[in-house]
Design a protein around this ligand. Structure first.
Ligand code: TYD
Ligand code: MG
Length: 394
């Protein structure tokens, strides 16, 4: 078939009636697609998908090999009182599931989890690599042939590996990862692969008594408990497409137990080592005999290089015991010579900071001239080198 003769087919999507879930999928669920959602046990996958089932406008077949129908009913009562057309099937035998699909005729199928189902065509036990892979392929064919979207839940271990989700990534259309810290209530749903949309999206939820609540204003969670003591700085980061202001906390103190300790939570340890080395070499600030702890508040994990500047500010603030000026945030990547490098989508970060009531933001000097923003009441402080940062901040 000649490429030019093919008509562009629009992707039709159906809303899940969950703004965050729709967002990570690229605007809704695509009929006939298969989505894998991975996450550690206990993170809230079953809760989220049951909510999606309950708010779906149409028939849903929720297949559970993990829990009994009664357990699922109890969870449904906890998260939602509305009437729905959700059918629960506590079954692990895939051929029986397919039979039930013929009876119920759902327009959404959820399988919880892929590790518990098995197909007759293989001798091996559920959860083995071959079972997981074959079952997913069978479900993928079912989705395509009957044009029913299928969402499959998969457990991953803390290391992110398992005979499961990893090997399935190429079989499915979309891979979502549900992450968070079990000791904190918020959860992030991240798109790792998407045939029908961008992989830069994230969804944010808070796990409450009555289920998973979409968080439209992440500021509430990540900054509400911010301290005004030394060692605290706010980074204007970008998580996926979303600007987000987060608190970076550092604690620098004399190493009392011989070898200084270095540890980070939510930030790359090697990156912190690099930033410490830059601070020593370029600013003459010595951390050699110091314990250094760095923490991203709220249990968030950040990888955005623009966080560097706030990390540096927090480290220096703690080392010198100087507090940051109020309503101040920072965005900038730090290079090995101590230079502050440009970051992506600076305008968006500035806009978000302004919206949240920040009064000044430190930005890379190199980027300031090309900036196309009306800063409003925001003061833009241009910094080209971390030495300047130090002079301007304290
Ligand atoms: P669950 O959805 O079972 O996790 P997964 O399927 O990923 O293993 O949720 C596990 C935790 O969530 C459990 O510790 C209880 C808690 N939870 C709430 O806090 N609020 C709720 O409304 C529900 C249903 C669960
Ligand atoms: Mg579960």
């Amino acid at each position: 078939m000649a490429l030019d003769s093919i008509l562009p087919g629009a992707i039709v999507r159906r809303s899940s009636h969950d703004v965050e879930f729709d967002r990570v999928l690229g605007g809704g669920i695509v009929p006939g697609s298969i989505t894998l959602i991975g996450g550690q046990p206990g993170i809230g996958k079953s809760t989220l998908l049951l909510q999606v089932a309950l708010s779906w406008q149409g028939k849903v077949l929720y297949v559970s090999g993990e829990e009994s129908a009664e357990q699922i009913k109890m969870r449904a009562d906890r998260v939602n009182q509305q009437k729905s057309q959700t059918y629960i099937l506590a079954e692990t035998h895939l051929e029986a599931v397919i039979k039930e699909v013929g009876v119920v005729e759902p327009d959404l199928i959820i399988v919880d989890s892929i590790q518990t189902v098995y197909t007759n065509t293989l001798e091996s036990a559920p959860g083995t690599v071959s079972q997981v892979r074959d079952c997913t392929s069978i479900l993928q064919r079912l989705a395509k042939e009957q044009n029913i979207p299928v969402i499959v839940i998969g457990h991953i271990t803390k290391e992110g590996s398992l005979a499961g989700p990893k090997i399935l990534e190429h079989v499915v259309d979309t891979v979502l990862q549900f992450e968070g810290d079990r000791h904190h209530s918020f959860r992030i749903l991240r798109t790792l692969k998407n045939r029908f949309g961008s992989t830069d999206e994230i969804g944010i939820y808070e796990m409450m008594q009555h289920g998973m609540i979409p968080v439209e204003n992440p500021f509430k969670i990540f900054l509400q408990e911010k301290s005004n003591l030394s060692g605290s700085a706010v980074a204007a980061t970008l998580e996926g497409q979303r600007p987000m202001l987060i608190e970076v906390q550092a604690l620098v103190g004399n190493a009392v137990y011989g070898t200084p300790q270095r540890s980070t939570t939510g930030f790359d340890l090697r990156r912190m080592h690099m930033l410490l080395a830059v601070l020593e070499k370029r600013c003459g600030l010595f951390f050699g005999q110091m314990d250094v702890f760095l923490n991203i508040a709220g249990g968030l994990r950040v990888t955005d290089p623009a966080t560097d500047l706030a990390v540096v500010a927090a480290l220096v603030s703690s080392l010198e015991d100087l507090t940051m000026p109020p309503q101040t945030c920072l965005a900038g990547e730090v290079g090995l010579s101590g230079e502050i490098r440009s970051v992506q989508r600076l305008e968006q970060r500035i806009a978000e900071a302004g919206r949240l009531g920040f009064e000044q933001i430190f930005i890379p000097a190199a980027q300031a001239t090309a900036l196309d923003v009306k800063p409003g009441s925001m003061r833009l402080v241009q910094v080209g080198h971390i030495q300047e940062l130090y002079d301007q901040l304290f």
